[in-house]
Design a protein around this ligand. Structure first.
Ligand SMILES: Cc1ncc(COP(=O)(O)O)c(C=O)c1O
Length: 469
Protein backbone atom coordinates (compact mmCIF):
# COMPACT_ATOMS: atom_id res chain seq x y z
CA UNK A 1 0.00 0.00 0.00
CA UNK A 2 2.16 2.93 -1.17
CA UNK A 3 1.48 6.36 0.25
CA UNK A 4 1.35 9.43 -1.91
CA UNK A 5 4.84 10.19 -0.63
CA UNK A 6 6.20 6.92 -1.97
CA UNK A 7 6.56 5.34 1.46
CA UNK A 8 5.13 1.97 2.30
CA UNK A 9 2.26 2.73 4.64
CA UNK A 10 1.47 0.35 7.44
CA UNK A 11 -1.90 -1.33 7.26
CA UNK A 12 -4.72 0.54 8.91
CA UNK A 13 -7.38 -1.02 11.11
CA UNK A 14 -9.11 -3.97 9.53
CA UNK A 15 -6.43 -4.72 6.96
CA UNK A 16 -4.30 -7.80 7.35
CA UNK A 17 -0.69 -7.60 6.31
CA UNK A 18 1.60 -10.39 5.27
CA UNK A 19 4.09 -11.55 7.91
CA UNK A 20 1.63 -10.76 10.65
CA UNK A 21 3.74 -11.87 13.55
CA UNK A 22 6.84 -10.00 12.50
CA UNK A 23 10.38 -10.86 13.47
CA UNK A 24 11.49 -10.47 17.06
CA UNK A 25 14.24 -8.16 15.88
CA UNK A 26 14.24 -5.92 12.86
CA UNK A 27 17.22 -5.35 10.67
CA UNK A 28 16.81 -1.67 10.01
CA UNK A 29 15.74 1.38 11.95
CA UNK A 30 12.31 2.52 10.97
CA UNK A 31 10.79 -0.90 10.65
CA UNK A 32 9.33 -0.70 14.12
CA UNK A 33 5.76 -0.70 13.00
CA UNK A 34 5.97 -2.27 9.58
CA UNK A 35 4.89 -5.77 10.50
CA UNK A 36 1.13 -5.54 10.60
CA UNK A 37 -1.28 -7.64 12.59
CA UNK A 38 -4.96 -8.16 12.06
CA UNK A 39 -5.58 -5.46 14.66
CA UNK A 40 -3.78 -3.06 12.37
CA UNK A 41 -0.88 -2.46 14.76
CA UNK A 42 2.56 -3.75 13.87
CA UNK A 43 3.77 -6.56 16.10
CA UNK A 44 6.86 -4.52 16.91
CA UNK A 45 4.80 -1.51 17.86
CA UNK A 46 2.76 -3.74 20.15
CA UNK A 47 5.97 -4.80 21.89
CA UNK A 48 6.97 -1.18 22.32
CA UNK A 49 3.57 -0.16 23.62
CA UNK A 50 3.66 -3.04 26.09
CA UNK A 51 6.54 -1.29 27.86
CA UNK A 52 4.25 1.64 28.79
CA UNK A 53 1.58 0.77 31.38
CA UNK A 54 -0.37 3.96 30.66
CA UNK A 55 -0.96 2.86 27.07
CA UNK A 56 -3.32 0.12 28.25
CA UNK A 57 -5.81 2.79 29.31
CA UNK A 58 -9.00 2.69 27.29
CA UNK A 59 -11.82 5.04 26.44
CA UNK A 60 -14.88 2.90 25.88
CA UNK A 61 -13.84 0.28 23.36
CA UNK A 62 -10.92 2.30 22.07
CA UNK A 63 -7.41 2.86 23.39
CA UNK A 64 -7.01 6.21 25.08
CA UNK A 65 -5.15 8.35 22.53
CA UNK A 66 -2.21 10.24 23.99
CA UNK A 67 -1.58 13.06 21.55
CA UNK A 68 -0.48 15.32 24.38
CA UNK A 69 3.16 14.18 24.20
CA UNK A 70 4.48 17.74 23.71
CA UNK A 71 3.14 18.51 27.18
CA UNK A 72 4.71 15.36 28.65
CA UNK A 73 5.15 11.80 27.39
CA UNK A 74 4.17 8.52 29.02
CA UNK A 75 6.69 6.53 31.03
CA UNK A 76 8.00 2.99 30.42
CA UNK A 77 7.83 0.39 33.17
CA UNK A 78 11.65 0.45 33.45
CA UNK A 79 11.42 4.02 34.76
CA UNK A 80 8.45 3.28 37.01
CA UNK A 81 10.25 0.25 38.48
CA UNK A 82 13.41 2.25 39.06
CA UNK A 83 11.44 4.91 40.95
CA UNK A 84 9.77 2.27 43.14
CA UNK A 85 13.09 0.50 43.70
CA UNK A 86 14.75 3.74 44.79
CA UNK A 87 11.98 4.68 47.20
CA UNK A 88 11.63 1.14 48.48
CA UNK A 89 15.33 0.54 49.03
CA UNK A 90 17.86 3.35 48.63
CA UNK A 91 15.99 6.46 49.72
CA UNK A 92 18.42 8.70 51.60
CA UNK A 93 19.97 12.14 51.53
CA UNK A 94 23.33 12.99 50.02
CA UNK A 95 26.84 12.13 51.28
CA UNK A 96 26.00 10.19 54.45
CA UNK A 97 28.37 7.61 55.94
CA UNK A 98 25.87 4.76 55.65
CA UNK A 99 24.71 2.24 53.08
CA UNK A 100 21.49 3.84 51.83
CA UNK A 101 23.12 7.22 51.34
CA UNK A 102 26.03 5.61 49.50
CA UNK A 103 23.60 3.71 47.28
CA UNK A 104 21.60 6.83 46.60
CA UNK A 105 24.74 8.78 45.72
CA UNK A 106 25.87 5.99 43.39
CA UNK A 107 22.53 6.26 41.57
CA UNK A 108 22.89 10.03 41.28
CA UNK A 109 26.43 9.68 39.93
CA UNK A 110 25.37 7.05 37.42
CA UNK A 111 22.48 9.22 36.28
CA UNK A 112 24.80 12.18 35.67
CA UNK A 113 27.08 9.93 33.60
CA UNK A 114 24.17 8.42 31.65
CA UNK A 115 22.63 11.84 30.96
CA UNK A 116 26.04 13.03 29.73
CA UNK A 117 26.03 10.10 27.29
CA UNK A 118 22.48 10.90 26.21
CA UNK A 119 23.47 14.48 25.41
CA UNK A 120 26.93 13.75 24.02
CA UNK A 121 28.62 15.71 26.83
CA UNK A 122 32.28 15.24 27.72
CA UNK A 123 31.64 14.31 31.34
CA UNK A 124 29.18 13.88 34.19
CA UNK A 125 30.22 17.20 35.75
CA UNK A 126 28.73 19.00 32.73
CA UNK A 127 25.25 17.71 33.63
CA UNK A 128 23.07 19.44 36.22
CA UNK A 129 19.72 18.15 37.49
CA UNK A 130 16.97 20.48 38.64
CA UNK A 131 13.25 20.75 39.13
CA UNK A 132 12.48 21.50 35.48
CA UNK A 133 13.88 23.40 32.51
CA UNK A 134 12.27 26.70 33.52
CA UNK A 135 13.77 26.73 37.01
CA UNK A 136 17.22 25.77 35.69
CA UNK A 137 17.03 28.50 33.05
CA UNK A 138 16.14 31.21 35.55
CA UNK A 139 19.04 30.01 37.68
CA UNK A 140 21.53 30.21 34.80
CA UNK A 141 20.14 33.49 33.43
CA UNK A 142 20.54 35.11 36.84
CA UNK A 143 24.10 33.82 37.10
CA UNK A 144 24.93 35.09 33.60
CA UNK A 145 23.13 38.35 34.38
CA UNK A 146 25.65 39.04 37.15
CA UNK A 147 28.38 39.20 34.52
CA UNK A 148 26.54 41.57 32.15
CA UNK A 149 26.58 45.35 31.98
CA UNK A 150 23.96 47.82 30.86
CA UNK A 151 23.98 47.93 27.07
CA UNK A 152 25.10 44.31 26.67
CA UNK A 153 22.72 42.43 24.37
CA UNK A 154 20.92 39.08 24.44
CA UNK A 155 19.04 37.62 21.48
CA UNK A 156 15.75 35.74 21.83
CA UNK A 157 13.32 34.42 19.22
CA UNK A 158 9.60 34.60 18.57
CA UNK A 159 9.50 30.85 17.95
CA UNK A 160 10.68 29.86 21.41
CA UNK A 161 8.77 28.64 24.43
CA UNK A 162 8.62 31.48 26.96
CA UNK A 163 10.91 29.55 29.30
CA UNK A 164 13.77 30.50 26.95
CA UNK A 165 12.55 34.09 26.62
CA UNK A 166 11.24 35.40 29.96
CA UNK A 167 14.43 34.59 31.94
CA UNK A 168 16.39 36.72 29.48
CA UNK A 169 13.77 39.50 29.39
CA UNK A 170 14.15 39.74 33.17
CA UNK A 171 17.74 40.87 32.64
CA UNK A 172 16.47 43.85 30.64
CA UNK A 173 14.61 45.10 33.68
CA UNK A 174 17.19 44.14 36.29
CA UNK A 175 20.52 44.86 34.54
CA UNK A 176 19.74 47.22 31.66
CA UNK A 177 20.54 44.49 29.16
CA UNK A 178 19.17 45.13 25.66
CA UNK A 179 17.00 42.34 24.24
CA UNK A 180 17.11 41.80 20.47
CA UNK A 181 14.39 39.78 18.78
CA UNK A 182 14.54 37.30 15.92
CA UNK A 183 11.25 36.91 14.06
CA UNK A 184 9.81 34.13 11.97
CA UNK A 185 8.68 33.51 8.41
CA UNK A 186 4.98 33.25 9.08
CA UNK A 187 4.22 31.08 6.07
CA UNK A 188 6.18 28.09 7.42
CA UNK A 189 7.05 29.16 10.98
CA UNK A 190 10.80 28.98 10.44
CA UNK A 191 13.28 31.38 12.01
CA UNK A 192 14.34 34.50 10.13
CA UNK A 193 18.07 33.81 9.96
CA UNK A 194 18.74 36.98 8.01
CA UNK A 195 17.10 38.80 10.92
CA UNK A 196 19.42 36.99 13.32
CA UNK A 197 22.42 38.06 11.26
CA UNK A 198 21.24 41.67 11.51
CA UNK A 199 20.85 41.73 15.30
CA UNK A 200 24.19 40.06 16.08
CA UNK A 201 26.94 42.50 16.92
CA UNK A 202 29.88 43.33 19.17
CA UNK A 203 27.64 43.77 22.23
CA UNK A 204 25.83 40.42 21.79
CA UNK A 205 26.57 38.29 24.83
CA UNK A 206 24.11 35.44 24.41
CA UNK A 207 21.76 33.89 21.85
CA UNK A 208 18.83 31.91 23.30
CA UNK A 209 17.20 29.58 20.79
CA UNK A 210 15.14 26.39 20.68
CA UNK A 211 16.15 23.21 18.90
CA UNK A 212 12.54 22.41 17.96
CA UNK A 213 9.31 24.36 18.35
CA UNK A 214 6.87 22.93 20.91
CA UNK A 215 4.00 24.45 18.92
CA UNK A 216 4.60 23.82 15.23
CA UNK A 217 7.44 21.31 15.30
CA UNK A 218 10.02 23.30 13.30
CA UNK A 219 13.58 22.06 13.80
CA UNK A 220 15.87 25.08 13.88
CA UNK A 221 19.33 25.03 12.25
CA UNK A 222 20.96 25.35 15.64
CA UNK A 223 24.39 24.22 14.53
CA UNK A 224 24.54 27.18 12.17
CA UNK A 225 23.02 29.54 14.76
CA UNK A 226 25.70 28.54 17.29
CA UNK A 227 28.39 29.27 14.71
CA UNK A 228 26.83 32.67 14.00
CA UNK A 229 26.66 33.49 17.71
CA UNK A 230 30.21 32.34 18.37
CA UNK A 231 31.49 34.40 15.43
CA UNK A 232 30.62 37.55 17.42
CA UNK A 233 31.84 36.06 20.70
CA UNK A 234 28.36 35.37 22.15
CA UNK A 235 27.37 32.31 24.18
CA UNK A 236 24.43 30.11 23.23
CA UNK A 237 21.61 28.73 25.35
CA UNK A 238 19.69 26.01 23.51
CA UNK A 239 16.25 24.83 24.62
CA UNK A 240 16.11 21.18 23.57
CA UNK A 241 12.99 20.33 25.58
CA UNK A 242 10.84 19.71 22.55
CA UNK A 243 13.58 18.09 20.47
CA UNK A 244 14.70 15.53 23.06
CA UNK A 245 11.93 12.91 22.53
CA UNK A 246 12.40 13.07 18.76
CA UNK A 247 16.05 13.52 17.73
CA UNK A 248 19.48 12.58 19.05
CA UNK A 249 21.12 15.49 20.82
CA UNK A 250 24.86 16.00 20.46
CA UNK A 251 26.11 18.96 22.46
CA UNK A 252 29.68 18.39 21.28
CA UNK A 253 28.67 18.58 17.63
CA UNK A 254 26.45 21.60 18.29
CA UNK A 255 29.26 23.21 20.29
CA UNK A 256 26.64 25.05 22.33
CA UNK A 257 27.63 26.62 25.63
CA UNK A 258 24.42 25.48 27.34
CA UNK A 259 21.53 23.19 26.52
CA UNK A 260 18.47 22.29 28.55
CA UNK A 261 15.82 19.58 28.33
CA UNK A 262 13.23 17.91 30.54
CA UNK A 263 13.12 14.13 31.04
CA UNK A 264 9.35 14.19 31.51
CA UNK A 265 9.10 15.11 27.83
CA UNK A 266 11.22 12.13 26.76
CA UNK A 267 9.67 9.17 28.56
CA UNK A 268 11.10 10.01 31.98
CA UNK A 269 9.90 11.42 35.29
CA UNK A 270 9.35 15.07 36.12
CA UNK A 271 12.83 16.55 36.18
CA UNK A 272 14.99 19.17 34.45
CA UNK A 273 18.39 18.62 32.84
CA UNK A 274 21.01 21.26 32.07
CA UNK A 275 24.20 20.81 30.07
CA UNK A 276 26.89 23.44 30.34
CA UNK A 277 30.41 23.44 28.96
CA UNK A 278 32.66 22.64 31.92
CA UNK A 279 34.44 26.01 31.79
CA UNK A 280 31.13 27.92 31.70
CA UNK A 281 29.67 26.07 34.69
CA UNK A 282 32.90 26.65 36.59
CA UNK A 283 33.43 30.30 35.70
CA UNK A 284 29.90 31.47 36.58
CA UNK A 285 28.96 32.12 40.20
CA UNK A 286 25.77 30.23 41.03
CA UNK A 287 23.23 31.19 43.66
CA UNK A 288 23.75 28.58 46.37
CA UNK A 289 23.86 28.00 50.10
CA UNK A 290 27.34 28.32 51.61
CA UNK A 291 27.93 24.68 52.62
CA UNK A 292 26.92 23.39 49.14
CA UNK A 293 29.75 22.24 46.85
CA UNK A 294 31.77 24.90 45.05
CA UNK A 295 32.22 22.75 41.96
CA UNK A 296 29.83 21.68 39.21
CA UNK A 297 27.37 20.06 39.19
CA UNK A 298 26.82 20.45 42.98
CA UNK A 299 27.09 24.23 42.94
CA UNK A 300 24.08 24.39 40.59
CA UNK A 301 21.94 21.69 42.19
CA UNK A 302 20.26 23.70 44.90
CA UNK A 303 18.80 21.83 47.86
CA UNK A 304 18.01 18.13 47.92
CA UNK A 305 17.62 16.55 44.52
CA UNK A 306 14.55 14.45 43.61
CA UNK A 307 16.45 11.15 43.94
CA UNK A 308 13.50 9.00 42.84
CA UNK A 309 13.05 10.97 39.61
CA UNK A 310 16.75 10.77 38.87
CA UNK A 311 16.66 7.01 39.49
CA UNK A 312 13.66 6.86 37.18
CA UNK A 313 15.63 8.60 34.45
CA UNK A 314 18.13 5.73 34.56
CA UNK A 315 15.14 3.46 33.89
CA UNK A 316 14.23 5.61 30.89
CA UNK A 317 17.73 5.20 29.50
CA UNK A 318 17.45 1.42 30.01
CA UNK A 319 14.24 1.49 28.02
CA UNK A 320 15.91 3.45 25.22
CA UNK A 321 18.82 1.00 25.15
CA UNK A 322 16.31 -1.85 24.86
CA UNK A 323 14.59 -0.04 21.99
CA UNK A 324 17.87 0.42 20.15
CA UNK A 325 18.95 -3.17 20.74
CA UNK A 326 15.63 -4.61 19.53
CA UNK A 327 14.89 -2.38 16.57
CA UNK A 328 18.13 -0.61 15.67
CA UNK A 329 20.04 -1.18 12.51
CA UNK A 330 21.51 -4.63 13.10
CA UNK A 331 20.69 -4.16 16.81
CA UNK A 332 22.71 -1.84 19.04
CA UNK A 333 26.06 -3.41 19.87
CA UNK A 334 25.88 -4.36 23.57
CA UNK A 335 29.66 -4.08 23.65
CA UNK A 336 29.54 -0.55 22.23
CA UNK A 337 29.38 2.60 24.31
CA UNK A 338 26.20 3.69 26.04
CA UNK A 339 26.31 6.81 23.91
CA UNK A 340 26.27 4.66 20.76
CA UNK A 341 23.39 2.56 22.09
CA UNK A 342 21.36 5.66 22.92
CA UNK A 343 22.10 7.14 19.49
CA UNK A 344 20.80 3.94 17.91
CA UNK A 345 17.61 4.24 19.95
CA UNK A 346 17.10 7.80 18.79
CA UNK A 347 17.61 6.82 15.16
CA UNK A 348 14.90 4.17 15.56
CA UNK A 349 12.63 6.83 17.00
CA UNK A 350 13.40 9.34 14.26
CA UNK A 351 12.75 6.86 11.47
CA UNK A 352 9.50 5.68 13.05
CA UNK A 353 8.27 9.20 13.62
CA UNK A 354 9.08 10.23 10.07
CA UNK A 355 6.42 7.86 8.85
CA UNK A 356 3.97 9.05 11.50
CA UNK A 357 4.67 12.66 10.52
CA UNK A 358 4.00 12.00 6.83
CA UNK A 359 0.79 10.18 7.63
CA UNK A 360 -0.35 12.94 9.95
CA UNK A 361 0.39 15.63 7.36
CA UNK A 362 -1.59 13.68 4.80
CA UNK A 363 -4.52 13.07 7.16
CA UNK A 364 -4.72 16.60 8.57
CA UNK A 365 -4.56 18.10 5.06
CA UNK A 366 -7.66 16.10 4.19
CA UNK A 367 -9.78 17.66 6.95
CA UNK A 368 -12.07 20.35 5.49
CA UNK A 369 -11.53 23.89 6.81
CA UNK A 370 -8.51 22.93 8.90
CA UNK A 371 -5.58 25.38 8.77
CA UNK A 372 -2.29 23.80 9.67
CA UNK A 373 0.65 26.08 10.57
CA UNK A 374 4.34 25.39 10.18
CA UNK A 375 6.09 23.22 7.61
CA UNK A 376 3.38 21.42 5.61
CA UNK A 377 5.37 20.36 2.54
CA UNK A 378 6.02 16.59 2.83
CA UNK A 379 9.32 16.97 0.98
CA UNK A 380 10.52 19.05 3.96
CA UNK A 381 9.53 16.45 6.54
CA UNK A 382 13.09 16.23 7.87
CA UNK A 383 12.91 19.87 8.95
CA UNK A 384 10.21 19.14 11.54
CA UNK A 385 9.15 16.80 14.31
CA UNK A 386 5.62 15.32 14.38
CA UNK A 387 4.01 18.11 16.39
CA UNK A 388 1.14 19.83 14.62
CA UNK A 389 -0.79 22.99 15.48
CA UNK A 390 -3.93 24.05 13.65
CA UNK A 391 -7.23 25.85 13.79
CA UNK A 392 -10.58 24.55 12.60
CA UNK A 393 -12.96 27.12 11.13
CA UNK A 394 -16.21 27.46 13.06
CA UNK A 395 -14.86 26.18 16.41
CA UNK A 396 -12.51 27.65 18.98
CA UNK A 397 -9.40 25.63 19.82
CA UNK A 398 -10.86 24.93 23.27
CA UNK A 399 -14.09 23.62 21.72
CA UNK A 400 -12.09 21.32 19.47
CA UNK A 401 -9.91 20.07 22.35
CA UNK A 402 -13.00 19.49 24.50
CA UNK A 403 -14.68 17.50 21.76
CA UNK A 404 -11.54 15.46 21.16
CA UNK A 405 -11.30 14.88 24.90
CA UNK A 406 -14.84 13.48 24.92
CA UNK A 407 -13.68 11.00 22.29
CA UNK A 408 -10.70 9.89 24.38
CA UNK A 409 -8.14 11.92 22.45
CA UNK A 410 -5.81 14.05 24.58
CA UNK A 411 -4.87 17.23 22.71
CA UNK A 412 -3.75 20.66 23.89
CA UNK A 413 -5.19 24.01 22.98
CA UNK A 414 -4.03 27.57 23.68
CA UNK A 415 -0.46 28.84 23.37
CA UNK A 416 1.37 26.13 25.41
CA UNK A 417 3.68 29.04 26.39
CA UNK A 418 4.79 29.51 22.77
CA UNK A 419 3.64 32.96 23.73
CA UNK A 420 5.32 35.07 21.05
CA UNK A 421 4.57 32.69 18.19
CA UNK A 422 0.84 32.57 18.86
CA UNK A 423 0.70 36.36 19.06
CA UNK A 424 2.86 36.83 15.96
CA UNK A 425 0.38 34.65 14.08
CA UNK A 426 -2.45 36.87 15.35
CA UNK A 427 -4.07 34.08 17.35
CA UNK A 428 -3.56 35.46 20.85
CA UNK A 429 -7.13 36.70 21.19
CA UNK A 430 -8.85 33.71 19.61
CA UNK A 431 -7.65 30.89 21.84
CA UNK A 432 -4.43 30.02 20.02
CA UNK A 433 -4.37 26.69 18.22
CA UNK A 434 -5.10 23.03 18.81
CA UNK A 435 -1.88 21.03 19.15
CA UNK A 436 -1.36 17.31 18.67
CA UNK A 437 1.97 15.54 18.99
CA UNK A 438 3.07 12.06 18.03
CA UNK A 439 5.91 10.05 19.50
CA UNK A 440 7.25 6.63 18.55
CA UNK A 441 4.66 4.73 20.62
CA UNK A 442 1.68 6.31 18.86
CA UNK A 443 -0.25 4.15 16.39
CA UNK A 444 -1.13 5.04 12.81
CA UNK A 445 -4.74 4.29 13.78
CA UNK A 446 -4.68 7.26 16.12
CA UNK A 447 -4.04 9.54 13.17
CA UNK A 448 -7.02 8.13 11.29
CA UNK A 449 -9.18 8.49 14.36
CA UNK A 450 -8.09 12.08 14.90
CA UNK A 451 -8.73 13.04 11.28
CA UNK A 452 -12.15 11.38 11.36
CA UNK A 453 -13.14 13.24 14.54
CA UNK A 454 -11.92 16.57 13.15
CA UNK A 455 -13.75 16.04 9.85
CA UNK A 456 -17.00 15.38 11.72
CA UNK A 457 -16.51 18.50 13.83
CA UNK A 458 -15.72 20.54 10.76
CA UNK A 459 -18.88 19.36 9.02
CA UNK A 460 -21.13 20.03 11.98
CA UNK A 461 -19.63 23.52 12.47
CA UNK A 462 -19.82 24.42 8.77
CA UNK A 463 -22.28 27.21 7.94
CA UNK A 464 -25.36 25.63 6.35
CA UNK A 465 -26.08 26.81 2.80
CA UNK A 466 -29.41 28.67 2.62
CA UNK A 467 -32.34 26.37 1.84
CA UNK A 468 -33.32 27.07 -1.79
CA UNK A 469 -37.00 26.42 -1.08
C1 LIG B 1 10.08 23.84 24.17
C2 LIG B 1 9.87 23.93 25.65
N1 LIG B 1 10.75 24.61 26.40
C3 LIG B 1 10.63 24.72 27.73
C4 LIG B 1 9.57 24.13 28.39
C5 LIG B 1 9.48 24.25 29.87
O1 LIG B 1 9.90 23.04 30.42
P1 LIG B 1 9.71 22.72 31.96
O2 LIG B 1 8.28 22.34 32.17
O3 LIG B 1 10.65 21.58 32.20
O4 LIG B 1 10.08 23.93 32.73
C6 LIG B 1 8.61 23.42 27.66
C7 LIG B 1 7.44 22.84 28.33
O5 LIG B 1 6.40 22.68 27.76
C8 LIG B 1 8.77 23.30 26.26
O6 LIG B 1 7.91 22.63 25.51
Amino acid sequence: MPSEFGLPLRPVAGEVAAGADGPARNSAAGEVADAGTSSGIGANLLRIRAQFPALTRTHGDLPYSYLDGPGGTQVPRQAIDAIAEYLGRSNANHEGAFATSEESDAILDEAHAAAADFLGAAGADEVVFGQNMTTLTFSVSRAIGRTLRAGDEVVVTRLDHDANVAPWLALEEERGVVVRWVGIHEEDCTLDLAGLERVLGPRTRLVAVGLASNAVGTINPVHRIVEMAHSVGAWTYVDAVHAAPHVAIDVAALDTDFLVCSPYKFFGPHLGLLYGKRERLEQLASYKVRPAPGLSPGKWETGTLPGESIAGLLGTFSYLEWLGAEFGSGGADPAGTRRARLETAMSVIRATERDLALRALQALSSVPRLKLRGIVDPSRIDERVPTFAFTLAGSTPRQVALELGKRGIAAWDGDYYAYELIRTLGLGESGGMVRVGFVHYNEPDEIERLAQALSEMSESAAPQSPNPS
